[in-house]
Design a protein around this ligand. Structure first.
Ligand SMILES: [Zn+2]
Ligand SMILES: [Zn+2]
Length: 443
């Protein structure tokens, strides 16, 4: 390849190349984008990085050259993650290509939400059948962001193990390399794809689909409201039975320390595995967990379901759709919720399969369930407020000052500082009894 860079003299320095499949589970990675962009300009990755990117990065004062070479030498998977390297490169590339969406082909939007520990693999992984299909369809060959995750080891389309070594020369492939071309070995230049001939692996792919949900929502919901997530985790923390540490670790699979630090705002995010475990345990989607307020006290657990074995089955979409519609009718008739997971189990597929194939039907189902739960929630809040009133009066009549703390200790549930409505009810009752609140009112 030539070392002379062809620079477009329009509005942008580089071609305005669109990233592939943005806003989907199949979204391209930034390193793949850099490789394609180089190819479009008929230069190798080395030239693009050294002649254009580095210069621009220095011009912007984002790096000193000394640091830069170190970054290229070490883990290049950082380019796709939530690191400063990813942030700066996507920023510079946005500027040079005249785009504004290249941060969405990295994990930068999740900075402070997801922890970078155990997140991305050091080296490149790929599905050989996916690559072959891209080549056959004459579309651009690209590498998917989802292949970078440490927790993703199987292709969710072809159900085969992802690879990280060239089958011809056995070389481990790096995420970004100076002369890389998507889909080809960085050493011997052999094609890394091949036709399907393998036996499908039967493995639960819930992990992969939850990560997929994450990638689907990046551009749509960014910037994320960290407070929603904090509040959700607080709600979760409050309803789990004591001893909390043990419950969190044994049942849900998250550490008490990790969650407490996140709630108090003193954290770089939960590990991706923790997020996945919460989604699986409470049967909620990643999108719900990070963008909606969730009342965890309403998420009903069925212990039997937790350790269920969900095996991969070939999906008969048409049959599944008519079955799902039947359940929807039933839910309407009963005016009571039927969980997605329950239906999925009855139909012998995973809930993620249902969400994936029938998003609209699932949304309808969720809406019915949500309405029902909201009614239950109001009813229960009223009952609890009544209990606060009763306990306050009871204490008063037995000659004890009904302090908030004392009333709280008599209740069959715990009121935390976050539930103002109960405190208001207590205050109201105190006034009704002709008492005044003591200075130290919560003691
Ligand atoms: Zn594949
Ligand atoms: Zn090779």
């Amino acid at each position: 390849m030539e070392d002379n860079v062809y620079i477009q003299n329009d509005t942008s320095v580089l071609y305005n190349l669109s990233p592939i499949n943005i806003g989907t589970m199949e979204v391209e990675s930034l390193t793949s984008y850099i490789a394609r962009l180089s190819e479009e300009h008929c230069v190798n990755v080395n030239t693009l990085i050294n002649e254009i990117l580095i210069k621009e990065i220095e011009k912007e004062g984002l790096y000193r050259r000394r640091n830069l070479s170190a970054i290229y030498k070490t883990s290049t998977s950082k380019f796709n993650g939530l690191t400063t390297a990813a942030e700066k490169h996507s920023k510079i590339l946005n500027k040079l290509t005249g785009r504004n969406d290249l941060q969405y082909i990295t994990l930068i939007p999740y900075k402070g939400i997801i922890n970078k520990c155990y997140l991305l693999s050091e080296n490149k992984y790929w599905c050989p059948i996916c690559l072959e299909e891209m080549k056959d369809s004459n579309d651009a060959v690209y590498e998917k962001l989802i292949w970078n995750f440490q927790l993703v080891d199987i292709c969710h389309i072809h159900h085969i193990r992802l690879e990280n070594k060239c089958t011809y020369c056995n070389t481990i492939q790096k995420s970004l390399q100076y002369n890389m071309i998507n889909g080809y070995c960085q050493k011997c230049k052999s094609w890394l794809g091949r036709e399907a001939a393998e036996v499908k692996i039967e493995k639960d792919l819930d992990n992969v689909f939850i990560i997929g949900q994450l990638l689907e929502n990046t551009s749509q919901y960014y910037p994320f409201n960290k407070e929603i997530i904090q509040k959700n985790l607080r709600s979760l923390y409050e309803i789990i039975p004591s001893p909390k540490r043990e419950y969190l670790e044994k049942n849900i699979g998250i550490s008490d320390k990790q969650i407490s630090r996140y709630i108090s705002g003193d954290s770089n995010g939960l590990t991706i595995q923790s997020f996945i475990n919460i989604c699986l345990y409470y049967q909620i989607s990643m999108r719900e967990l990070i963008t909606n307020y969730i009342d965890f006290s309403l998420e009903v657990r069925d212990e039997k379901k937790i350790n269920r074995l969900r095996k991969y089955k070939r999906v008969d979409v048409r049959k599944l759709e008519s079955d799902l519609k039947e359940y929807l009718k039933l839910t309407h008739k009963r005016k009571a919720p039927i969980s997605i997971l329950y239906i999925a189990e009855q139909l012998g597929v995973s809930d993620f399969t249902l969400i994936k194939y029938f998003p609209e039907l699932i949304d309808q189902l969720k809406e019915i369930n949500r309405k029902y739960r909201a009614d239950v929630c109001i009813k229960r809040k009223n009952e609890r407020m009544e209990l606060v009133r009763e306990e306050t009066i009871k204490l008063f009549r037995s000659g004890i000052y009904p302090s908030f703390r004392k009333v709280n200790s008599k209740l069959p549930f715990t009121i935390t500082g976050f539930e103002k409505i109960y405190r208001d009810k207590w205050e109201e009752t105190i006034l009704e009894l002709g008492l005044s609140q003591r200075v130290n009112q919560y003691n």
